[in-house]
Design a protein around this ligand. Structure first.
Ligand code: FEO
Length: 399
């Protein structure tokens, strides 16, 4: 995509990544892609805000060439050191040798650790301003949104917040870069939640602190480094992030995520009975086969919904590994304060239920009634499963 002027002399110079299968080497983006948004301000002093991943160098420098002579660059502003935004930093220094890199103190250290860069680097203070000529930038420390060195950059005359990972989402840009031009709004909102649950959720407390801090400024445009630029409804993505961040410690939405695994269909048969019971109550329900769904796609449901039902057989005296894996990641990502229930089949000795509790109880999941059955479920077992699902759903509905 060509560079796009978002306000006079302020340009989006981002690139789409439709090639990487995994973001952070972990989270699938094969179908959705991702954008690495960067920005250029063509003032008396020329500044670039955030960069891109190394393999996108040619495309990225092509974007800059459209709007400016990069060799004349004065400032490289690094909001966040993760290499999806800094991969070309050594290269750009060679092309723009007079540019000074600006970032937080931790960024200065990380530039040395990640790229061996120590010269023409300047640490900025929280709240510090920088005049580019007609325009002024102000920097806000926003630690752990997403790494400890992270900050956001605010352009004061147009009220543009360059928020980097904050308020970002998965999803390559499909021609339109602004929320008001976008025809796939549901896609970007869904992918923003998946990104939040995968990347940012563990730092929800820091997200809330950052949002609190930003209440002191007037924001007309939210320009993150992944996903849509929010100029029609800048408050919308901030509100969504705030809502999602509050789920880390507070009550989530009435709804149930059902995660199951099944080796020969017995736990799956019971899962269908439990799902029937849940559905009877009308409560929203999402079902995931842990062996076939990447945790990336399960986490958003776990994050938003108050209830979790896990169905898993005993496998070699412990919890079926694909289910254990999803739960481990969920706990690591800070999925807490859930109401949960468990069911599963075993052949000769149990073990899954105990392991399930061992994984989730430290994360303050309140485990309600659970049951296990031997081998294939009987008609009576299935009836019990349906009632079990309905009773659990009623508990979630009543809050
Ligand atoms: Fe987009 Fe934390 O990097």
């Amino acid at each position: 995509m060509a560079a796009i002027e978002i306000k006079p002399d302020v340009y989006w110079i981002g690139v789409n990544d439709r090639t990487s299968d995994l973001f952070e080497g972990l989270w699938p983006i094969t179908q959705e892609g991702i954008s690495y948004n960067a920005y250029f301000i063509n003032d008396q002093h020329k500044a670039i805000i955030d960069l891109t991943k190394s393999f996108k160098a040619d495309e990225f420098f092509g974007q800059i060439d459209e709007v400016a002579d990069i060799s004349q660059l004065d400032y490289i502003i690094i909001n966040h050191m993760e290499p999806d935004h800094t991969g070309v930093v050594n290269l750009i220094r060679k092309i723009a040798p007079r540019a000074t890199i600006l970032g937080t103190e931790k960024t200065v250290q990380m530039l040395k650790d990640f790229f061996g860069i120590t010269e023409k680097v300047q640490a900025i203070k929280d709240g510090q301003t920088l005049s580019l000529g007609k325009r002024t930038l102000r920097f806000f420390y926003t630690p752990f949104v997403h790494w400890p060195e992270t900050m956001m950059t605010y352009e004061t005359s147009h009220g543009i917040l360059f928020s980097c990972d904050g308020f970002g989402g998965y999803g390559a840009l499909r021609g339109a870069i602004f929320d008001d031009e976008c025809k796939d709004f549901d896609f970007y909102q869904r992918e923003a939640l998946r990104y939040y649950a995968n990347i940012v959720a563990r730092f929800s407390r820091n997200v809330l602190s950052a949002i609190d801090k930003l209440k002191a400024i007037s924001i007309s445009i939210v320009a993150p480094s992944h996903g849509l630029i929010w100029r029609e409804q800048p408050g919308r993505i901030i509100e969504l992030y705030e809502q999602w961040a509050r789920y880390a410690t507070g009550q989530a939405e009435a709804g149930i995520t059902l995660i199951y695994g099944s080796m020969y269909g017995n736990t799956e048969t019971m899962m269908n009975a439990v799902a029937q019971g849940i559905s009877r109550t009308g409560i929203p329900l999402e079902i995931f086969d842990a062996a076939r769904s990447h945790a990336s796609y399960i986490l958003p449901s776990l994050w938003r919904k108050q209830g979790v039902v896990v169905g898993a057989p005993t496998y070699e005296v412990t919890l079926f590994p694909p289910v254990a894996h999803v739960l481990d990641i969920a706990v690591h990502k800070g999925v807490r304060n859930k109401k949960a229930a468990f069911f599963g089949s075993y052949g000769w000795s149990g073990g899954a239920q105990g392991e399930f509790k061992k994984i989730v109880e430290p994360a303050t999941w309140e485990v309600a009634d659970s049951f296990e059955f031997i081998g294939a479920p009987t008609k009576e077992d299935l009836k019990k499963g349906e009632e079990f699902g309905a009773a659990f759903a009623e508990r979630i509905k009543s809050g």
